[in-house]
Design a protein around this ligand. Structure first.
Ligand SMILES: [Zn+2]
Length: 367
């Protein structure tokens, strides 16, 4: 693997030496014919998922409790591990929550990088990719190809591991509707404690909604129409299955009200504060943050989430840590970001990453 997202340290790890940006990267990563971009985009989606989906914040909190428990008592046999639910397969649908997350990340890989690149890189991304220290520049040969619904479907439906969730929605609706709404359904399903049940129930009962949306006369404002409709549809589906639906991002921002904050992963607290600021700004401008996170790969929203400064992720390269924000800094030549803060964060993330690996090794040896 050329990269991974490590939840306890909220860090994207790339198995390459650091690389430099060329202008235009944020606007169009697909123009840069480098496999490492696919990995970065993919892991970036996992970061956005983690800070915006209540289910994943609960998993991160559970992992932190285990780590502290291990460090204070040597215990490696934790009970009620929330993150184990990610790998639990639902008997009826055959899906596990992790399949949904990966399908969601694949959706953004394909949407952002394009069908052509994802197809070409499919095999490359499972091995090491070394770009060395050179500056990545737009490849003159990289094609700017338009993609059709057919080619989008082909790549979304042919992944050997993660096509099942998308296929389910595609079969119940149609090519266009599935492409429009898949990330929204997944995003809201992950605000419950059983995303697979919420997702499959929402998909099973979606047909009348599809007809209603297609029949809507308000086509100019199509996103306004379908986004809120999908949101309430998933909420209702969760409720009919007896699941409680939590306000998106509430679990993360509620951490700021905890009395004993020393018991919480400091990186989660950091992003909780960032999220709080973002929520306040959004209120001021009347923006709907659910759109930003549900459609995190959308060109407008991803620029806000990544380049706008609210919360770029920590990125650790093979030769040490290198926070993405500092890189963006360098690239944008603006003083709007605080590089010192990122150095401190990188130090904390490195420490947590190291402690987490020791715990995982101890747990593996003991069990
Ligand atoms: Zn992934």
């Amino acid at each position: 693997m050329a990269g991974s997202f490590v939840r306890p340290s909220l860090t994207i790890k790339l198995s390459v030496d650091r690389f430099d940006f060329d202008i235009g990267y944020l606007e169009g990563p697909s123009y840069f014919d480098e496999p490492v971009f696919r990995v970065l985009i993919h892991e970036l989606t996992h970061f956005w998922q983690t800070v915006s989906m209540n289910f994943l914040v609960k998993a991160a909190l559970s992992e932190w409790r285990q780590l502290i428990d291990y460090e204070t008592s040597g215990n490696t046999q934790s009970q009620n591990r929330f993150e184990d639910k990610l790998e639990q397969r639902d008997k009826t649908s055959g899906l596990k929550p992790n399949d949904l997350l990966e399908a969601h990340a694949l959706y953004w890989d394909v949407s952002i990088l394009g069908v052509f690149n994802v197809k070409n890189w499919r095999n490359i991304n499972r091995s090491m990719v070394d770009v060395g220290d050179r500056k990545i520049q737009r490849s003159p040969s990289s094609p700017i190809t338009s993609q059709s619904g057919g080619s989008f479907d082909e790549v979304m439906l042919s992944d050997s591991f993660y096509s099942d969730p998308y296929r389910m929605l595609h079969n119940r609706t149609d090519s266009f509707f599935a492409a429009l709404t898949f990330p929204i359904v997944v995003y809201f399903a992950f605000q419950t404690d059983d995303p697979v049940i919420a997702y499959t129930e929402a998909v099973k009962t979606i047909r009348p909604l599809v007809d209603g949306i297609y029949g809507s006369p308000d086509l100019e404002k199509r996103q306004e129409v379908y986004f809120l409709a999908i949101q309430s549809h998933v909420m209702r589906a969760a409720e009919t299955k007896g699941l409680s639906f939590t306000e998106p991002r509430a679990v993360l921002t509620d951490l700021l009200n905890e009395t004993n904050q020393s018991q919480i992963n400091p990186l989660l607290l950091h992003y909780a504060a960032k999220m709080h600021t973002l929520e306040e700004q959004a209120k001021q401008y009347g923006a709907d943050l659910n759109r930003y996170f549900a459609l995190c790969g959308n060109v407008q929203y991803r620029k806000e989430l990544m380049g706008g400064g609210p919360m770029p992720p920590l990125v650790q390269f093979a030769d040490g840590e290198w926070p993405l924000q500092a890189m963006i800094n360098q690239f944008m030549r603006t003083g709007a970001y605080d590089e010192t803060e990122n150095d401190e964060l990188a130090t904390i993330a490195k420490d947590i990453g190291r402690r987490w690996s020791s715990y995982r090794i101890a747990a593996f040896v003991a069990n």
